[in-house]
Ligand binder design. Sequence first.
Ligand SMILES: Cc1cc2nc3c(=O)[nH]c(=O)nc-3n(C[C@H](O)[C@H](O)[C@H](O)COP(=O)(O)OP(=O)(O)OC[C@H]3O[C@@H](n4cnc5c(N)ncnc54)[C@H](O)[C@@H]3O)c2cc1C
Length: 480
Amino acid sequence: MSNAPTSSAAASRAFPLTPAATWLPATGTRRIAAGLSLAVAFAALTALGANIVIPIHPVPITMQTLFVLLAGASIGAGWGSLSQCIYVALGIAGLPLFATGATGPFGSALVPRALSAGLSTVILEKRPALCTLTTPVSTGAFRLQFDNPEEIALVREGIDLFERFAEVTGLDGYDLGLKQQGYLFCTTDEAGMRRQQEWVMLQHGWGLDDVELLPGDEVRYRFPHIAPTVLQARYRARDGWLKPKALTMGYARASGAMICLETPATGFVRQGERIVGVETARGTIGCQQVVLAAGPFSGVVAQWAGLDLEMRPRRRMKLVIPELPDIPADSPMTIDEETVAHWRPALRGAYALFTDPSAPVTEPTENVTPDARFAFDLLNPASPRSLARISPFWTQVWERGEPDWVLQAGQYEYTPDHRPYLGPSAVDGLVLNCGYSGHGIMASAGGSRLAIDAMLGRISPAENPFRPDREIVERPLDIL
Ligand SMILES: Cc1cc2nc3c(=O)[nH]c(=O)nc-3n(C[C@H](O)[C@H](O)[C@H](O)COP(=O)(O)OP(=O)(O)OC[C@H]3O[C@@H](n4cnc5c(N)ncnc54)[C@H](O)[C@@H]3O)c2cc1C
């Protein structure tokens, strides 16, 4: 007599039932049939649960999570997992179970808002991990010192969230690496002083009354690293920076979304004019809305739907000096208003950057090559863009020649007016959350909230200054 287990006995061991389900037959074909039926039932409940919203503050939840947990707890890990596989398989096969498809890390910033509308969300990411393209290259900085009230409001929403991130998301003790050490824009000439005075007056008029205008001596009194040549500065103490990777992972964790890595979107499925699904390298996903958040690739992806989205990717670089004892750890983001060279404390050293207005528009790419001249432009005191112009200690840093540095490069996905495209596009079923033009960290929360609210009709087009069909007026390059 053979000791080999029967297939039903093997299935019993592989898929044990929890004590809660001991009323089912312990072995045999009837048990498998019962387990399968329960798995199918829980798949259906999971889909149903996505549409039952509990509107608790600050992050509403759906019943979906409960049914996922119940599946495991009541019918056991094996049958429970099978139920979720069935749910995912049906969605991937094209049933419109997933209401929102989104690409990109800032797809995940969308999700709490989408959940509150009872939508279940799938994030597609073509690379093997989240947050590996533009976002981790960024300086992670945020400021309210903008030249228009709309962007101030957009970023303000983000800063409000960053300040209460753990509480709002329910991620107890979650650390964004938030530092609010201020943005200090320094000017060394009379024209710069006049421009700053006009800006600060405008900003105060828009209710941004905590921007200070500091005479040169007071700048040096508060920030001893600033050069005698600085005549004046504008300063807002609560501007600052955070860790972009921590922010993205926090958004993703809080979202509860299904995240599909190594799943490039390759096209759209249409029903008449409407988009009803996304083709991916791993199959098709049916959905009611697709949110496009593919960073510098958003223009290319929009083209698949026949949408001409004006996006102009340009290379932006960041100099990373991991260790530099000269850097005052409590100093603000220090910006030379005339050259736009700027630096801030980071790691045990600094990040330093400048915007090169002559950087050409390029194709979107996953491999942006840095150029060593960028580092010399910032570090060499003889360069007109040297950091030493307003912070003289950089001269000693250059003369000692000792710090290790590396360059990182990514792309700014500029729109012609340097404002993002947020909300439904001209293509039915395609919603935009892209074109952040270099402000995608600071504007991610406000922008994603706005895109979802516009998608759901919670705000009218007139209430959305970033709607994709706005009248677009070209703007000169922003200084940061
Ligand atoms: C040097 C530098 C400094 C910066 N500093 C700041 C700063 O201080 N503050 C600030 O607010 N902003 C800053 N930015 C801008 C900010 O980094 C971007 O606006 C932001 O990262 C954009 O995020 P994203 O999620 O839209 O794009 P990305 O981070 O590029 O993510 C897009 C994702 O979409 C994925 N994807 C693309 N196509 C597909 C597809 N077909 N299928 C599936 N997935 C796809 C990509 O793999 C990628 O992971 C800086 C940018 C640079 C380059």
